[in-house]
Write a protein that binds this ligand. Structure first.
Ligand code: THU
Length: 136
């Protein structure tokens, strides 16, 4: 399915709006994400930190886990909004790769400006994917 510029901007705006709900008392680095599934459903996520720092969960994974827990596993596009257009961490790239290397990834800054449009495949070359485990 083709995705219009307007739809892309709307996913960035939704992620930026979600960012206001990020729980970031430690890093003060709010991240928002919005994921559109192939069935057209949208799930947002924010980063949720914890006093025990390693228990923090990234925004992208919250959005993906919300979708999967609602029965959605095929994704079209995911937006990630940070203050400075930061790129997803390695762990989030791996979780994205689990559900498809062709998912489009939009990175945007706090003003909602697109900084980069890329794909999971480009963000995680030579990914370890579920097919690698077939027949094991
Ligand atoms: N963070 C994300 O939410 N997504 C990423 O891909 C990178 C990092 C969060 C985790 C932590 O709450 C804060 O950003 C600083 O690392």
């Amino acid at each position: 399915m083709t995705i219009t510029q307007h739809e892309k901007q709307s996913l960035i705006d939704l992620a930026n709006e979600a960012r206001k709900r990020a729980y970031v008392p430690y890093s003060k680095y709010p991240v928002g994400s919005a994921l559109r599934t192939k069935t057209g459903k949208i799930f947002t996520g924010v980063n949720i930190e914890n006093a025990a720092y390693p228990q923090t969960m990234c925004a992208e994974r919250v959005a993906i886990f919300k979708a999967v827990s609602e029965g959605e596993k095929e994704f079209e596009i995911i937006s990630v909004v940070t203050d400075n257009g930061g790129s997803p961490c390695g762990g989030c790239r791996q979780v994205m790769a689990e559900f498809g290397l062709d998912t489009i990834v939009l990175l945007a800054d706090k003003n909602g400006n697109l900084v980069k449009e890329t794909t999971v495949k480009k963000l995680l070359p030579e990914a370890f994917t579920p097919e690698k485990l077939v027949n094991k």
